[in-house]
Design a protein around this ligand. Sequence first.
Ligand SMILES: NC(=O)c1ccc[n+]([C@@H]2O[C@H](COP(=O)([O-])OP(=O)(O)OC[C@H]3O[C@@H](n4cnc5c(N)ncnc54)[C@H](OP(=O)(O)O)[C@@H]3O)[C@@H](O)[C@H]2O)c1
Length: 332
Amino acid sequence: MPSSRQWLLNGHPRARQIAADDFRLTTVEVPGPADGQMLLRTRYLGFDPAQKGWMENIADYVAPMAIGDIMRGSAISEVVESRLPGFAPGDMVAGSTGWTEWHLSDGNGLTRCDTALAPTAMLSILGTTGVTAWCGLFKIGRPVPGDTVVVSGAAGATGSIVGQLAKIAGCRTLGIAGGADKCRWLVEESGYDAAIDYKAGHVRDQLRELCPGGIDVIFDNVGGTILNDMLAEIATGARVVICGGISRYETGTLPAGPQNYFNLVFRRGTMSGFIVLDWAAEFPAIRKRIERLVSEGRLAWREDVQHGFENAPATLGRLFSGKNRGKQLLEL
Ligand SMILES: NC(=O)c1ccc[n+]([C@@H]2O[C@H](COP(=O)([O-])OP(=O)(O)OC[C@H]3O[C@@H](n4cnc5c(N)ncnc54)[C@H](OP(=O)(O)O)[C@@H]3O)[C@@H](O)[C@H]2O)c1
């Protein structure tokens, strides 16, 4: 019977940054598995900016979180003991199993790490991150060769994959990210044709200069003034994909509507949000297509691995300060 540390929700960080006391560390005893169960040891946690919205209970596409709940989040776990047919010790599985070192499962909601890549790929390139990039770009952005695709949050886990997929689709790609270092990485290693450092200002001027024919596809992870600047430069028939809006996740108010939204009328554009889970039935097929691109050497990704279960809250904080370089993970 292992002892398991767990991080519990202890506060709803509405209209403010996440604070240390929004989490509480506790220890429980986890019993051995009953018939039809398996005992799992968490190996990696995956982090997503959406977790803050889940803590706040503002996201109505998931069940609300109550104070005292195990902090919700994705993870890779190893089967240690199994009384569930089809699973054996050593098997690796992925699922939204939360911030706990050990847990029992009947297998519901878990996906086998059935890949030639490292199991962590199931949290990054083959996980929600990879399929979000794929679904948002191809199902909503619908790029065609020759299009100019602009991505905000471009150096992040999702944004860096979107840029590469758009290149594979024959597009010209421009990424917006914070800082010269990230922008250099976007162009020199991640395959973007050009990058804009939003922290240096003048985003709209640079977009106008770098996209003389206008922007055909916007993939927006950030919202706020960056979305407004991108909307100012759309081409006729543009598709605007709203994936996320991290610029407002720590503020108390929703941003005013983008002043430039009326360009959607003048230039016959469309703007659409999405929740990737709506395409869950297609994830296995999309994973196969992504894995093929990886095996052909056409798609790369990076993972930012922090260490130590006690560091889970601080690791989540890295997403909001832009410290993460690629998919934010924590190894236990
Ligand atoms: N719709 C869906 O189904 C779905 C699914 C998954 C994820 N998402 C969304 O996709 C977006 C990207 O998620 P991810 O997991 O790939 O995270 P990520 O991009 O790897 O990490 C977050 C990045 O956001 C940037 N950022 C933080 N605060 C910012 C601010 N105030 N203004 C501008 N940029 C800021 C930082 O990069 P810089 O250093 O460049 O600022 C940071 O590295 C998030 O908005 C997430 O909620 C949506």
